[in-house]
Design a protein around this ligand. Structure first.
Ligand code: AHR
Length: 507
């Protein structure tokens, strides 16, 4: 049994960094049923579609909203040759998808991705191919997307139907180049990075370049970021700082079972998800050390989410998405908000059907996962200013389910608070990780402004293992109620394993 009372003090007059809407971004790879079926069904499909894009997916992503989407991978990015995916679809060459043991019709290519991004209101983020590609291929891609002159590739884009440049701003220089993206050493990748970034930056000074980082794990070196940044050489040659705008990291929370987990395994996963904050701390420190004197580099968490044993290559990395996933998502998004001065983008893996997605489909049926609802609630912070706060949360001592290792204190409440840029609204989001206890959380608002009411959205259920499906699409969905707040103190009760979002009007 834990102490079931938390306390949260928020200074409404002490705004900090702006929370980038891009913290609520997504990642869509040519993997399993993410792109094909989830997004693209083709114009001849009996599934209702707009120019080949499933209409229900467009509607759900627009409503979320979806600020940014990363494409085409993932591991697929470093085997993808973009010229195979342009021009009349009937004439496109089928290609291999070696990592995910499939073939690709190439019917979803650059123009489809950029049309799709526009239809859902998202900014596109393209990962260029370093592993099996070349700087020339990346430059041509850049020219195809952003060229406004009469070059071969800008004209080719016009002939393919897109007159105005797409002006794609975010470009990743490879993906996981310590692994599927070429198995480079950190030093080799630094050399590749300098080569690619020199020409890409030279071609288009307005783009934002994202370098591949790594946090250590089962298959890649723990000191990658350190070695990569040392070898990049910004310390010695500060002019090189202009080649890098963001460093990416990936973090998957591995769990034994998507819905058959025990209570002890639930708490294990909650503890594992705390790792993201340590990742951010280490990445900030290494960036400050090597580049900080010359430039502020942002941290992009361009793949994150849960990954259970059920998600295998032969089922296209599909897994159930329960209320547990929503709790992990909301708590992780609270961390990103709290790190708003460093985290410039984050992309959940992966938008539809794959891993911790926000949407799942079966033929013509589509439903929203609990994670979708968590994103919807917490993304109310987008564009707001983070507020200074003090959260006193009860903790639970968690001993690993398999009996190994030492126990870890798990903070039971996760939270973040922000203020609208016009100062007229507050957003407060809270997660209670406890499986059985309601946590009372009095909130004290410090500052001149007083709330005069608002709404509370809550995602809760008696069963943390419950999930949505074609048969029960709304098994897990948020409830909404009005609250009459008229003073500096609010009394909030957080049900077991729940997500709560308060949106308060300031008088
Ligand atoms: O998201 C699935 C895979 O996980 C991605 O392709 C790769 O980048 C990561 O290892």
């Amino acid at each position: 049994m834990s102490d079931t009372r938390a306390r949260w003090r928020i200074w409404t007059d002490l705004p900090g960094a702006t929370i980038s809407p891009n913290l609520y971004g997504h990642f869509a790879e040519h993997l399993g049923r993410c792109i094909y079926e989830g997004i693209w069904v083709g114009t001849d499909s009996r599934i209702p579609n707009q120019d080949g894009f499933r209409s229900d997916t467009l509607e759900a992503l627009r409503a979320l909203p979806t600020p940014v989407i990363r494409w085409p991978g993932g591991c697929f990015a470093d085997e993808y040759h973009w010229e195979d995916g342009i021009g009349p679809r009937a004439r496109r060459r089928r290609g291999r998808n070696i990592w995910w043991h499939a073939e690709d019709s190439n019917h979803f290519g650059t123009d489809e991705f950029l049309a799709f991004s526009r239809l859902v209101g998202a900014e596109p983020y393209i990962s260029a191919n370093v592993g099996s590609g070349s700087p020339a291929e990346a430059l041509n891609w850049l020219d195809y997307c952003n060229g406004d002159g009469t070059t071969h590739y800008a004209e080719l884009r016009r002939r393919n139907g897109q007159v105005a440049p797409y002006n794609v701003r975010y470009w990743g220089v490879g993906n996981e180049c310590w692994g599927c993206g070429g198995n480079f050493t950190a030093e080799e990748y630094a050399g590749e990075y300098r080569r690619f970034a020199t020409y890409m930056r030279g071609r288009d000074a307005a783009i934002q370049l994202v370098a591949v980082g790594g946090m250590g794990g089962r298959t890649y070196p723990a000191d990658w970021n350190n070695r990569f940044l040392a070898a990049l050489g910004v310390e010695k040659f500060p002019r090189l700082a202009r080649l890098i705008d963001h460093l990416s990291i990936h973090r998957y929370f591995r769990g034994p079972s998507d819905r058959g987990f025990t209570d002890a395994q639930y708490y294990d996963l909650a503890v594992a998800s705390l790792q993201i904050e340590e990742d951010l701390r280490l990445t900030r420190d290494v960036l400050s050390y090597y580049v900080g004197a010359h430039k502020r580099i942002g941290i992009v968490v361009d793949e994150w989410g849960t990954w259970y044993e059920q998600a295998k290559n032969d089922n296209g990395l599909e897994q159930k998405n329960t209320l547990q996933d929503a709790i992990i998502a909301a708590a992780t998004l609270n961390v990103f908000n709290r790190w708003a001065d460093w985290v410039t983008m984050a992309n959940l893996a992966q938008t539809i059907n794959v891993l911790q997605c926000v949407i799942q489909t079966a033929e013509e049926k589509l439903w929203l996962t609990p994670t979708y609802h968590a994103f919807k609630l917490v993304s109310a912070h987008a564009g707001n200013q983070l507020l200074h706060d003090e959260l006193a949360t009860p903790e639970l001592e968690v001993t690993p389910a398999d009996g190994s290792g030492r126990s870890t204190p798990l903070p039971l409440v996760s939270a973040s608070a922000s203020r609208a840029p016009d100062g007229r609204g507050l957003v407060l989001t809270l997660v209670n990780r406890h499986l059985t206890d309601t946590i009372e959380c009095p909130i004290e608002l410090r500052g001149e402004a007083r709330p005069d009411g608002g709404i509370v959205d809550q995602l809760a259920d008696t069963d943390v293992r419950a999930f949505n499906s074609a048969a029960e699409p709304d098994r897990i969905s948020p409830t909404r109620r009005e609250i009459a707040a008229d003073g500096p103190e609010l009394a909030v009760a957080l049900p077991p394993h729940s997500v709560t979002a308060l949106r308060l009007r300031l008088g």
